[in-house]
Design a protein around this ligand. Structure first.
Ligand code: SAM
Length: 328
């Protein structure tokens, strides 16, 4: 194995795999209210096809995969896919990003299948606001229960991803931060990207530096040293806390120069960058019997095509797919 690196000498070792474009929530910032046109079942990669792509990618140097969506847990038999991926020797980390609604039901089975850790997206701790943000009723308790079950079965760490939106949930920043002290949560605050939501999304932006100012009203934050995690988050903690606080700054301080990832969409397109429209189709070649060497060649092509950085700051927003269709 020689390892993959792109035209800018960035090592590429991380593949995010979207297994479905379907979701059991309708978050205001992720999905338009009228919904999105769903892919047909036939258009979506089978688990065998995903396995074949992941194995080829791993043989080229991908060592970490994260399963995402849509909502990955709405696709039936997901533990079976985890079990298949866990058999790939060169993959040493399999993780999942979920809205947590079905996590309580599946956490034990996922852990047993080989899942290491899980990120749960949760933007509010208030039931009425949960309903407003997700356009779904009475589901917050399921998410909170899912988080607890995931921790109990040993998915470690469970990280909570919170997208902060001005005027919507910025008042809850201290509540989430306090959870790192009282409940040992690992909370990551993510800057809202003006992507596919409704209305004046630009005015909903709330910067990580403003989030930090709100948190420091509760107490001083210390850097987590040596630095933890292998992604773009910068981690801190309160002196007396077991949990951590992370900041992810795709807008105010992009981390493209350290980007190590590729994305596979549910319909089999390999996307070198979340925020650029270029894609390479793997599904058709796979269904036409491409060889393992041919498949690897296509993966290398996507790596070579990886752009240096996104252009959100210049106002460029990809229009081809919404967040839930790329696999955020
Ligand atoms: N359904 C899964 C979930 O909820 O985690 C996986 C897919 S979801 C698209 C992945 C992540 O993208 C979530 O944490 C969500 O909050 C985040 N996301 C979606 N739209 C976003 C936006 N405009 N800005 C920042 N994060 C966004």
């Amino acid at each position: 194995m020689t390892g993959l690196s792109d035209s800018f000498q960035r090592p590429i070792d991380y593949l995010r795999i979207s297994v479905t474009d379907r979701c059991n929530l309708r978050c205001i910032y992720c999905m338009p209210s009228e919904g999105v046109r769903l892919m047909s079942h036939d258009a979506i990669l089978t688990y065998e096809e995903i396995y074949t792509i992941a194995r080829a990618a791993a043989e080229l140097g991908i060592s970490k995969v994260r399963i995402t969506g849509g909502e990955p847990l709405v696709r039936s038999g997901l533990p079976e896919l985890i079990r298949m991926l866990a058999q790939i020797d060169d993959l040493d980390d399999i993780s999942l990003t979920t809205n947590g609604l079905l996590l309580g039901r599946y956490a034990a089975e996922l852990k047993q299948a080989g899942l290491r850790r899980v990120n749960v997206s949760l933007d509010t701790l208030k039931p009425d606001k949960f309903e407003f943000i997700t356009r779904c009723r009475n589901k917050l308790s399921d998410v909170l229960e899912g988080i607890e079950v995931a921790r109990m079965v040993g998915l470690n760490p469970v990280k909570i991803n919170t997208v902060v939106m001005s005027g919507i949930n910025d008042d809850e920043i201290p509540d989430f931060a306090s959870k790192t002290i009282n409940d040992e949560w690992h909370v990551r605050f993510i800057e809202f990207m003006p992507f596919a939501g409704e209305g004046d999304t630009a005015s909903q932006f709330f910067s990580a530096s403003d989030i930090r100012k709100r948190i420091e009203l509760l107490g001083k934050l210390e850097s987590c040293l040596p630095s933890i995690g292998n992604g773009p988050a910068k981690y801190f903690r309160f002196p007396n806390a077991r949990g951590t606080i992370g900041f992810i700054t795709p807008v105010s301080e992009h981390f493209c120069f350290h980007c190590n990832r590729l994305r596979l969409t549910a319909d089999g397109k390999l996307r070198p960058c979340l925020l650029a429209e270029d894609e390479i189709d793997l599904k058709q070649p796979l269904r036409s019997g491409v060889s393992s060497t041919g498949l690897k060649q296509l993966i290398k092509e996507a790596v070579v095509n990886k752009p240096l950085r996104h252009h959100l700051a210049e106002g460029y927003i990809p229009k081809d797919r919404s967040f839930c269709q790329v696999g955020g």
